[in-house]
Design a protein. Sequence first.
Length: 118
Amino acid sequence: VQLQASGGGLVQAGGSLNLSCAASGSVLEINVMGWYRHGPGKQREFLASVSNGGGTAVDNSVKGRVTIARDNAKNTVSLQLNNLKPEDTAVYFCNAVSNRGGFITPYWGQGTQVTVSS
């Protein structure tokens, strides 16, 4: 599975962020797609995910500000984060988890930098 993320860049505080990620390769094996971020001086943190069936999980740190959506036909997952704050500055990573015969494998996109200016 290969993941290609797009979006990000420099965003004003209070604005919104829209990221998209397209999966290719063995996409039929993907169970869950989601987003993580790695901020300066912080560990990589989970943001949100969505399963094949549409079930979502959202971290409390961004709950109420984030929308995650998946298009199974296009093998894409998108993330919208509203009311941006400087602490949202991070490298954002697309993630996919596949289940192939019981073997769980995570895949990561290349990461896209998001910088929130105050």
